[in-house]
Design a protein around this ligand. Structure first.
Ligand SMILES: Cc1cc2nc3c(=O)[nH]c(=O)nc-3n(C[C@H](O)[C@H](O)[C@H](O)COP(=O)(O)OP(=O)(O)OC[C@H]3O[C@@H](n4cnc5c(N)ncnc54)[C@H](O)[C@@H]3O)c2cc1C
Length: 400
Protein backbone atom coordinates (compact mmCIF):
# COMPACT_ATOMS: atom_id res chain seq x y z
CA UNK A 1 0.00 0.00 0.00
CA UNK A 2 1.46 3.39 -0.94
CA UNK A 3 1.51 6.14 1.63
CA UNK A 4 -0.28 9.38 0.66
CA UNK A 5 1.88 12.32 1.61
CA UNK A 6 0.17 14.91 3.78
CA UNK A 7 0.94 18.54 4.51
CA UNK A 8 -0.58 20.51 7.38
CA UNK A 9 -0.74 24.26 6.92
CA UNK A 10 -1.28 26.04 10.21
CA UNK A 11 -3.08 29.37 9.63
CA UNK A 12 -5.77 30.25 7.09
CA UNK A 13 -4.53 33.66 6.04
CA UNK A 14 -2.90 35.00 2.89
CA UNK A 15 0.27 32.93 3.19
CA UNK A 16 -1.57 29.74 4.19
CA UNK A 17 -3.93 29.82 1.21
CA UNK A 18 -1.29 30.82 -1.31
CA UNK A 19 0.94 28.02 -0.08
CA UNK A 20 -1.84 25.43 -0.13
CA UNK A 21 -2.99 26.28 -3.66
CA UNK A 22 0.52 26.34 -5.09
CA UNK A 23 1.47 23.12 -3.36
CA UNK A 24 -1.57 21.29 -4.72
CA UNK A 25 -0.91 22.68 -8.18
CA UNK A 26 2.67 21.43 -7.98
CA UNK A 27 1.81 18.11 -6.29
CA UNK A 28 -1.73 16.98 -7.12
CA UNK A 29 -1.16 13.80 -5.13
CA UNK A 30 -0.30 15.61 -1.91
CA UNK A 31 -3.08 15.88 0.68
CA UNK A 32 -3.18 19.44 1.93
CA UNK A 33 -5.06 20.64 5.02
CA UNK A 34 -5.38 24.23 6.22
CA UNK A 35 -6.04 24.54 9.95
CA UNK A 36 -7.39 27.89 11.04
CA UNK A 37 -7.79 28.84 14.68
CA UNK A 38 -10.65 31.28 14.22
CA UNK A 39 -14.01 30.81 12.59
CA UNK A 40 -12.98 33.16 9.76
CA UNK A 41 -10.61 32.69 6.86
CA UNK A 42 -8.48 35.36 5.19
CA UNK A 43 -9.63 38.05 7.61
CA UNK A 44 -6.69 40.37 7.01
CA UNK A 45 -7.01 40.09 3.27
CA UNK A 46 -10.60 41.25 3.64
CA UNK A 47 -9.75 44.43 5.57
CA UNK A 48 -6.47 45.14 3.80
CA UNK A 49 -5.90 48.30 1.82
CA UNK A 50 -9.14 49.79 3.12
CA UNK A 51 -11.08 46.81 1.71
CA UNK A 52 -9.33 47.05 -1.66
CA UNK A 53 -6.25 44.88 -0.86
CA UNK A 54 -3.01 46.44 -1.98
CA UNK A 55 -1.73 43.00 -2.95
CA UNK A 56 1.67 43.90 -4.41
CA UNK A 57 3.87 46.63 -5.81
CA UNK A 58 5.73 46.97 -9.09
CA UNK A 59 8.93 47.84 -7.15
CA UNK A 60 9.71 50.36 -9.92
CA UNK A 61 10.52 53.01 -7.32
CA UNK A 62 12.63 50.64 -5.23
CA UNK A 63 16.38 50.71 -5.77
CA UNK A 64 17.26 49.14 -2.43
CA UNK A 65 15.08 46.44 -0.87
CA UNK A 66 16.15 47.51 2.64
CA UNK A 67 14.07 50.69 2.13
CA UNK A 68 10.88 48.64 1.82
CA UNK A 69 11.80 45.62 3.96
CA UNK A 70 13.44 46.99 7.12
CA UNK A 71 13.60 43.39 8.34
CA UNK A 72 14.36 40.54 5.93
CA UNK A 73 15.50 42.43 2.84
CA UNK A 74 18.42 40.10 2.13
CA UNK A 75 16.25 37.02 2.31
CA UNK A 76 13.56 38.69 0.20
CA UNK A 77 16.15 39.55 -2.45
CA UNK A 78 17.18 35.93 -2.59
CA UNK A 79 13.68 34.47 -2.59
CA UNK A 80 12.28 36.95 -5.11
CA UNK A 81 14.63 35.43 -7.68
CA UNK A 82 12.35 32.40 -7.39
CA UNK A 83 9.03 34.24 -7.08
CA UNK A 84 9.02 37.98 -7.72
CA UNK A 85 6.37 40.68 -7.89
CA UNK A 86 6.11 39.96 -11.62
CA UNK A 87 5.43 36.29 -10.87
CA UNK A 88 2.78 37.30 -8.33
CA UNK A 89 1.18 39.61 -10.89
CA UNK A 90 1.12 36.83 -13.48
CA UNK A 91 -0.16 34.34 -10.90
CA UNK A 92 -3.20 36.43 -9.97
CA UNK A 93 -4.04 37.28 -13.55
CA UNK A 94 -3.79 33.64 -14.60
CA UNK A 95 -6.02 32.66 -11.66
CA UNK A 96 -8.82 35.02 -12.66
CA UNK A 97 -7.89 38.17 -10.73
CA UNK A 98 -7.12 41.03 -13.15
CA UNK A 99 -4.89 43.58 -11.46
CA UNK A 100 -4.34 47.29 -11.87
CA UNK A 101 -1.30 49.44 -11.09
CA UNK A 102 -1.74 52.87 -9.50
CA UNK A 103 0.52 55.79 -10.38
CA UNK A 104 2.28 55.22 -7.03
CA UNK A 105 3.19 51.67 -8.21
CA UNK A 106 0.82 49.97 -5.78
CA UNK A 107 -1.01 46.95 -7.23
CA UNK A 108 -4.70 46.30 -6.52
CA UNK A 109 -7.33 43.97 -7.96
CA UNK A 110 -9.03 45.70 -10.88
CA UNK A 111 -12.32 45.24 -9.01
CA UNK A 112 -10.93 47.45 -6.19
CA UNK A 113 -12.38 44.86 -3.84
CA UNK A 114 -10.41 42.48 -1.62
CA UNK A 115 -13.28 40.00 -1.91
CA UNK A 116 -12.07 39.19 -5.45
CA UNK A 117 -8.88 37.75 -4.00
CA UNK A 118 -10.76 35.88 -1.29
CA UNK A 119 -13.13 34.44 -3.92
CA UNK A 120 -10.13 33.36 -6.03
CA UNK A 121 -8.46 31.61 -3.10
CA UNK A 122 -11.69 29.90 -1.99
CA UNK A 123 -12.48 28.81 -5.53
CA UNK A 124 -9.07 27.22 -6.09
CA UNK A 125 -8.96 25.70 -2.63
CA UNK A 126 -12.24 23.88 -3.32
CA UNK A 127 -11.36 22.99 -6.89
CA UNK A 128 -8.04 21.50 -5.82
CA UNK A 129 -9.58 19.54 -2.95
CA UNK A 130 -7.75 21.32 -0.16
CA UNK A 131 -9.22 20.45 3.24
CA UNK A 132 -10.06 23.52 5.29
CA UNK A 133 -10.65 23.18 8.98
CA UNK A 134 -11.81 26.26 10.87
CA UNK A 135 -11.92 26.69 14.65
CA UNK A 136 -8.93 24.39 14.77
CA UNK A 137 -6.12 26.13 16.57
CA UNK A 138 -2.82 24.28 16.72
CA UNK A 139 -0.87 24.67 19.92
CA UNK A 140 1.70 21.95 19.59
CA UNK A 141 3.68 20.49 16.72
CA UNK A 142 3.34 17.08 18.34
CA UNK A 143 -0.39 17.02 17.54
CA UNK A 144 0.57 17.07 13.85
CA UNK A 145 2.56 13.83 14.01
CA UNK A 146 0.46 12.27 11.22
CA UNK A 147 1.65 14.82 8.69
CA UNK A 148 4.74 14.44 6.54
CA UNK A 149 5.22 18.20 6.21
CA UNK A 150 4.13 21.11 8.39
CA UNK A 151 4.01 24.71 7.20
CA UNK A 152 3.42 27.37 9.83
CA UNK A 153 1.67 30.47 8.48
CA UNK A 154 0.15 31.88 11.67
CA UNK A 155 0.92 35.54 10.95
CA UNK A 156 2.45 37.99 13.43
CA UNK A 157 3.26 36.38 16.76
CA UNK A 158 1.88 37.79 20.02
CA UNK A 159 4.10 40.19 22.01
CA UNK A 160 4.62 37.69 24.81
CA UNK A 161 6.08 34.62 23.14
CA UNK A 162 7.51 33.06 26.29
CA UNK A 163 4.79 30.42 26.55
CA UNK A 164 3.95 30.27 22.85
CA UNK A 165 3.90 26.83 21.23
CA UNK A 166 6.59 27.95 18.77
CA UNK A 167 8.87 29.28 21.51
CA UNK A 168 11.22 26.30 21.23
CA UNK A 169 12.22 27.91 17.91
CA UNK A 170 14.43 31.03 17.99
CA UNK A 171 12.16 34.08 17.80
CA UNK A 172 13.08 37.74 17.35
CA UNK A 173 10.89 39.55 19.92
CA UNK A 174 7.71 40.72 18.18
CA UNK A 175 6.87 44.43 18.37
CA UNK A 176 4.36 46.49 16.35
CA UNK A 177 5.27 48.19 13.12
CA UNK A 178 3.33 50.61 10.89
CA UNK A 179 1.63 52.80 13.45
CA UNK A 180 0.92 56.51 13.78
CA UNK A 181 2.23 58.90 16.43
CA UNK A 182 0.35 60.70 19.19
CA UNK A 183 1.73 64.20 19.70
CA UNK A 184 0.42 66.31 22.60
CA UNK A 185 -0.06 69.66 20.86
CA UNK A 186 -3.61 71.02 20.71
CA UNK A 187 -2.71 73.73 18.19
CA UNK A 188 -1.38 71.00 15.91
CA UNK A 189 -4.52 68.90 16.41
CA UNK A 190 -6.55 71.90 15.19
CA UNK A 191 -4.90 71.36 11.79
CA UNK A 192 -6.52 67.92 11.57
CA UNK A 193 -6.91 66.82 7.97
CA UNK A 194 -4.01 68.93 6.68
CA UNK A 195 -1.78 67.02 4.27
CA UNK A 196 1.77 68.01 3.38
CA UNK A 197 2.74 66.24 0.18
CA UNK A 198 6.48 65.81 0.77
CA UNK A 199 7.57 66.11 4.36
CA UNK A 200 10.51 64.39 6.00
CA UNK A 201 10.07 62.96 9.50
CA UNK A 202 13.07 61.91 11.53
CA UNK A 203 14.11 60.92 15.01
CA UNK A 204 16.99 63.23 15.98
CA UNK A 205 20.19 61.47 16.98
CA UNK A 206 19.30 58.33 15.05
CA UNK A 207 19.54 57.21 11.42
CA UNK A 208 15.74 56.86 11.21
CA UNK A 209 14.14 59.19 8.70
CA UNK A 210 11.38 58.87 6.12
CA UNK A 211 9.93 61.13 3.45
CA UNK A 212 6.53 61.28 1.83
CA UNK A 213 3.05 62.65 2.47
CA UNK A 214 2.32 63.58 6.10
CA UNK A 215 -1.21 63.85 7.48
CA UNK A 216 -1.98 65.86 10.61
CA UNK A 217 -4.64 64.13 12.68
CA UNK A 218 -6.64 64.94 15.79
CA UNK A 219 -4.17 62.90 17.83
CA UNK A 220 -0.89 63.77 16.14
CA UNK A 221 0.67 62.64 12.88
CA UNK A 222 0.00 59.96 10.31
CA UNK A 223 0.43 59.37 6.59
CA UNK A 224 2.99 57.40 4.59
CA UNK A 225 6.06 59.25 5.93
CA UNK A 226 5.06 58.56 9.54
CA UNK A 227 4.10 54.93 8.90
CA UNK A 228 7.42 54.41 7.14
CA UNK A 229 9.33 56.01 10.01
CA UNK A 230 7.46 53.81 12.51
CA UNK A 231 8.54 50.79 10.49
CA UNK A 232 12.21 51.78 10.25
CA UNK A 233 12.31 52.65 13.96
CA UNK A 234 9.91 49.92 15.16
CA UNK A 235 12.33 48.24 17.53
CA UNK A 236 13.98 51.48 18.69
CA UNK A 237 10.62 53.05 19.54
CA UNK A 238 9.48 49.91 21.37
CA UNK A 239 12.62 50.10 23.52
CA UNK A 240 11.91 53.79 24.25
CA UNK A 241 8.32 53.05 25.30
CA UNK A 242 7.08 55.02 22.28
CA UNK A 243 8.40 58.28 23.69
CA UNK A 244 11.00 60.04 21.56
CA UNK A 245 11.81 63.39 19.98
CA UNK A 246 10.53 63.90 16.46
CA UNK A 247 11.69 66.47 13.91
CA UNK A 248 9.71 67.43 10.83
CA UNK A 249 11.15 69.05 7.75
CA UNK A 250 7.91 70.35 6.27
CA UNK A 251 9.48 71.13 2.91
CA UNK A 252 11.96 68.24 2.59
CA UNK A 253 14.60 70.77 1.62
CA UNK A 254 17.75 72.12 3.31
CA UNK A 255 17.90 75.31 5.38
CA UNK A 256 19.52 77.26 2.52
CA UNK A 257 16.51 76.62 0.29
CA UNK A 258 14.13 77.77 3.02
CA UNK A 259 16.15 80.95 3.61
CA UNK A 260 16.34 81.69 -0.12
CA UNK A 261 12.57 81.26 -0.54
CA UNK A 262 11.74 83.48 2.45
CA UNK A 263 14.21 86.16 1.31
CA UNK A 264 12.74 86.10 -2.17
CA UNK A 265 9.17 86.40 -0.82
CA UNK A 266 10.21 89.28 1.46
CA UNK A 267 11.79 91.05 -1.55
CA UNK A 268 8.74 90.50 -3.78
CA UNK A 269 5.98 91.12 -1.22
CA UNK A 270 7.41 93.44 1.47
CA UNK A 271 4.00 94.86 2.41
CA UNK A 272 2.20 91.54 2.70
CA UNK A 273 1.42 90.00 6.05
CA UNK A 274 3.54 86.94 6.56
CA UNK A 275 0.38 84.82 6.78
CA UNK A 276 -0.62 85.99 3.27
CA UNK A 277 2.38 84.38 1.57
CA UNK A 278 2.76 80.64 1.14
CA UNK A 279 6.37 79.46 0.98
CA UNK A 280 6.82 76.20 -0.92
CA UNK A 281 3.04 76.06 -1.47
CA UNK A 282 2.52 74.81 2.11
CA UNK A 283 -1.12 74.53 3.21
CA UNK A 284 -2.05 77.98 4.55
CA UNK A 285 -3.34 76.58 7.85
CA UNK A 286 0.02 74.93 8.48
CA UNK A 287 1.97 78.05 7.49
CA UNK A 288 -0.18 80.20 9.82
CA UNK A 289 0.47 77.72 12.62
CA UNK A 290 4.23 77.87 11.98
CA UNK A 291 4.17 81.68 11.85
CA UNK A 292 2.20 81.79 15.12
CA UNK A 293 4.65 79.40 16.79
CA UNK A 294 7.49 81.69 15.69
CA UNK A 295 5.53 84.71 16.99
CA UNK A 296 5.68 86.50 13.61
CA UNK A 297 2.09 86.03 12.45
CA UNK A 298 1.26 89.74 12.96
CA UNK A 299 4.25 91.00 10.99
CA UNK A 300 4.66 92.17 7.40
CA UNK A 301 7.34 90.42 5.36
CA UNK A 302 9.50 93.57 5.46
CA UNK A 303 9.39 93.57 9.30
CA UNK A 304 11.04 90.18 9.70
CA UNK A 305 14.26 90.44 11.68
CA UNK A 306 17.27 88.16 11.20
CA UNK A 307 16.16 86.30 14.30
CA UNK A 308 12.65 85.88 12.84
CA UNK A 309 14.16 84.49 9.66
CA UNK A 310 16.26 82.01 11.62
CA UNK A 311 13.25 80.87 13.65
CA UNK A 312 11.12 80.40 10.53
CA UNK A 313 13.88 78.53 8.71
CA UNK A 314 14.32 76.23 11.71
CA UNK A 315 10.55 75.67 11.99
CA UNK A 316 10.28 74.86 8.29
CA UNK A 317 13.21 72.47 8.16
CA UNK A 318 13.55 71.04 11.66
CA UNK A 319 10.31 71.53 13.58
CA UNK A 320 10.56 69.82 16.96
CA UNK A 321 7.89 67.62 18.56
CA UNK A 322 7.73 64.78 21.04
CA UNK A 323 6.17 61.43 20.25
CA UNK A 324 3.92 60.94 23.29
CA UNK A 325 2.80 57.41 22.43
CA UNK A 326 1.89 54.99 19.69
CA UNK A 327 -1.54 56.06 18.48
CA UNK A 328 -4.23 53.50 19.22
CA UNK A 329 -5.70 53.72 15.72
CA UNK A 330 -4.50 51.22 13.14
CA UNK A 331 -3.81 52.32 9.60
CA UNK A 332 -1.97 49.26 8.53
CA UNK A 333 -0.42 47.10 11.16
CA UNK A 334 2.20 44.39 10.90
CA UNK A 335 4.59 42.74 13.30
CA UNK A 336 8.31 43.39 13.36
CA UNK A 337 10.03 40.25 14.65
CA UNK A 338 9.04 36.59 14.48
CA UNK A 339 10.79 33.35 13.61
CA UNK A 340 14.49 34.16 13.39
CA UNK A 341 15.74 34.07 9.81
CA UNK A 342 18.97 32.46 10.99
CA UNK A 343 16.93 29.46 12.12
CA UNK A 344 15.55 28.66 8.67
CA UNK A 345 17.25 27.50 5.48
CA UNK A 346 17.45 30.64 3.35
CA UNK A 347 16.62 28.78 0.13
CA UNK A 348 13.79 26.55 1.31
CA UNK A 349 12.50 28.22 4.52
CA UNK A 350 12.74 24.82 6.23
CA UNK A 351 13.55 24.93 9.91
CA UNK A 352 17.19 24.23 10.69
CA UNK A 353 16.04 22.63 13.95
CA UNK A 354 13.32 20.34 12.75
CA UNK A 355 13.23 18.72 9.31
CA UNK A 356 10.04 19.09 7.24
CA UNK A 357 8.86 22.06 9.28
CA UNK A 358 8.54 25.27 7.22
CA UNK A 359 7.57 28.88 7.87
CA UNK A 360 5.98 31.46 5.55
CA UNK A 361 4.33 34.85 5.78
CA UNK A 362 4.35 37.31 8.63
CA UNK A 363 5.35 34.70 11.22
CA UNK A 364 8.88 35.10 9.84
CA UNK A 365 11.05 38.03 10.89
CA UNK A 366 10.28 39.83 7.61
CA UNK A 367 8.14 42.92 7.41
CA UNK A 368 7.66 45.72 4.96
CA UNK A 369 6.43 49.28 4.78
CA UNK A 370 3.00 50.12 3.33
CA UNK A 371 2.50 49.76 -0.41
CA UNK A 372 1.76 46.05 -0.96
CA UNK A 373 5.17 44.87 0.25
CA UNK A 374 3.80 42.76 3.10
CA UNK A 375 1.51 40.73 0.87
CA UNK A 376 4.35 40.35 -1.63
CA UNK A 377 6.43 38.86 1.20
CA UNK A 378 3.55 36.47 1.96
CA UNK A 379 3.32 35.37 -1.72
CA UNK A 380 7.09 35.02 -2.14
CA UNK A 381 7.70 33.08 1.07
CA UNK A 382 4.68 30.80 0.72
CA UNK A 383 5.49 30.02 -2.91
CA UNK A 384 9.05 29.20 -1.79
CA UNK A 385 7.75 26.74 0.80
CA UNK A 386 5.38 25.11 -1.68
CA UNK A 387 8.26 24.69 -4.13
CA UNK A 388 10.56 23.34 -1.40
CA UNK A 389 8.02 20.74 -0.24
CA UNK A 390 7.28 19.75 -3.85
CA UNK A 391 10.98 19.36 -4.59
CA UNK A 392 11.62 17.46 -1.38
CA UNK A 393 8.79 14.93 -1.74
CA UNK A 394 9.52 14.03 -5.33
CA UNK A 395 5.88 14.42 -6.34
CA UNK A 396 6.42 17.85 -7.84
CA UNK A 397 5.09 18.53 -11.30
CA UNK A 398 5.33 21.80 -13.06
CA UNK A 399 7.87 24.40 -12.12
CA UNK A 400 6.75 27.89 -13.17
C1 LIG B 1 -5.79 46.55 8.73
C2 LIG B 1 -4.69 45.94 7.92
C3 LIG B 1 -4.53 46.31 6.57
C4 LIG B 1 -3.50 45.76 5.82
N1 LIG B 1 -3.38 46.13 4.50
C5 LIG B 1 -2.36 45.64 3.76
C6 LIG B 1 -2.22 45.97 2.39
O1 LIG B 1 -3.08 46.65 1.79
N2 LIG B 1 -1.13 45.49 1.70
C7 LIG B 1 -0.19 44.69 2.31
O2 LIG B 1 0.76 44.28 1.64
N3 LIG B 1 -0.33 44.31 3.60
C8 LIG B 1 -1.39 44.75 4.33
N4 LIG B 1 -1.53 44.37 5.64
C9 LIG B 1 -0.58 43.37 6.17
C10 LIG B 1 -1.03 41.97 5.67
O3 LIG B 1 -2.41 41.82 5.92
C11 LIG B 1 -0.23 40.86 6.37
O4 LIG B 1 1.14 41.10 6.19
C12 LIG B 1 -0.61 39.51 5.78
O5 LIG B 1 -1.99 39.26 6.02
C13 LIG B 1 0.20 38.38 6.42
O6 LIG B 1 -0.31 37.17 5.97
P1 LIG B 1 -0.14 35.85 6.86
O7 LIG B 1 -0.92 34.79 6.15
O8 LIG B 1 1.28 35.62 7.13
O9 LIG B 1 -0.82 36.19 8.25
P2 LIG B 1 -2.35 36.45 8.57
O10 LIG B 1 -3.04 37.08 7.43
O11 LIG B 1 -2.36 37.17 9.87
O12 LIG B 1 -2.97 34.99 8.76
C14 LIG B 1 -2.59 34.15 9.82
C15 LIG B 1 -3.75 33.25 10.15
O13 LIG B 1 -3.31 32.25 11.07
C16 LIG B 1 -4.31 32.05 12.07
N5 LIG B 1 -3.67 31.50 13.26
C17 LIG B 1 -2.90 32.15 14.16
N6 LIG B 1 -2.47 31.27 15.10
C18 LIG B 1 -2.97 30.07 14.78
C19 LIG B 1 -2.87 28.78 15.37
N7 LIG B 1 -2.15 28.57 16.49
N8 LIG B 1 -3.52 27.74 14.79
C20 LIG B 1 -4.24 27.92 13.64
N9 LIG B 1 -4.38 29.15 13.06
C21 LIG B 1 -3.73 30.19 13.60
C22 LIG B 1 -4.89 33.45 12.25
O14 LIG B 1 -6.18 33.39 12.83
C23 LIG B 1 -4.90 33.98 10.82
O15 LIG B 1 -6.10 33.65 10.17
C24 LIG B 1 -2.57 44.86 6.41
C25 LIG B 1 -2.74 44.49 7.74
C26 LIG B 1 -3.79 45.00 8.49
C27 LIG B 1 -3.97 44.57 9.92
Amino acid sequence: MTHTLKTAIVGGGAAGFFLAINLREMCPEMQVTIMERSGHLLQKVRVSGGGRCNCSNTFEDVSDLSAVYPRGHRLMKRLMKGFSQRDAFAWFESHGVPLTVQPDHCVFPESQDSQTIIDCFMHYAHRLGITISTSQGVDSLETLGDYDYIAVTVGGLPRDVSSHWLSSHPIEPPVPSLFTFSVDDNALHDLMGTVVETATALIPGTRFRASGPLLITHWGMSGPSILKLSSYAARYLAEKGYKAPLAINWISAPEDDARRELTSLAGTFPQKFITSVRPFGLPSRLWNYIATRCAVDQKHMSELSKKDFNRLVAALTSDSYEIASRAPFKDEFVTCGGISLASVNSSTLESRLRPRLYFAGEVLDIDGITGGFNFQAAWTTSYTVARSIADSCGLGLNKI
